[in-house]
Design a protein around this ligand. Sequence first.
Ligand SMILES: C[S@@+](CC[C@H](N)C(=O)[O-])C[C@H]1O[C@@H](n2cnc3c(N)ncnc32)[C@H](O)[C@@H]1O
Length: 240
Amino acid sequence: MSEGYAAARPPVHRRVVDLMAQRGALTGVVLDVGCGSGLSTKALDGIARKRIGVEPAEAMVRLADGVSPGAAFAVGRAEALPLRAASVVWITAAGALNYVDLPAFFGEAARILNPAGGVAVYDFSPGKVMRGSDSLTKWFQQFIARYPWAPAEALALDPEILGQLGMGFGVESAERFAVGIELTRAFYVSYMMTESNVAYALRRGVYEAEIRNWIESTLPEDGWGEIVFEGYWAIMQMWN
Ligand SMILES: C[S@@+](CC[C@H](N)C(=O)[O-])C[C@H]1O[C@@H](n2cnc3c(N)ncnc32)[C@H](O)[C@@H]1O
């Protein structure tokens, strides 16, 4: 999974980071919480003055220097951030808050943030729509039926839910987006191997080769090009 996160995730992050940067966010020192193998930290390159990534999975952190050179990485959790008070201007969280104890995280965010900044949360669904064809959407339904997601593994979040949390932060601006990215069929196979339903199947003892063979032999052959990723971003700031 760590290697897949380092090499086979679609480059959606930078497109979303650019949208939030247009609103004046993500300058100064930025902490990327739940940074995985560093792909979401890399997306801050050239926007943040300094990039720091924190991630609990050591195997992911080991790969992050190679994925995002010039950033600083540490093993840690969102609920106990290894940073000094008021030492960070922005926190980004890409698909990570769904796995976090939110009251503990927002308490830590209030401690380490400079009040001029905030928390920039974003997430996107698996790319299952191929522009101009419904074949991938149909395939994805079969994929999920064969390898289901783990029950209740992640907390569902969106700008409305984040706005109702009431943990000392409010949503200052938010948007839903649909970003199109060109992917080859071969890349898509490796990308699907990083999805959380595959991680769940592996934990239940299904062989990696079985899953990869199934994906390779059933995935549509034709029409590869733009895959659409739908998601949201929300910029949250501290209440005064
Ligand atoms: C969907 S991945 C996103 C990784 C990365 N942000 C990206 O976009 O490539 C979610 C990440 O959250 C991390 N995570 C899980 N629990 C966490 C916690 N309590 N604190 C911080 N990160 C956590 C996972 O280890 C995983 O790397």
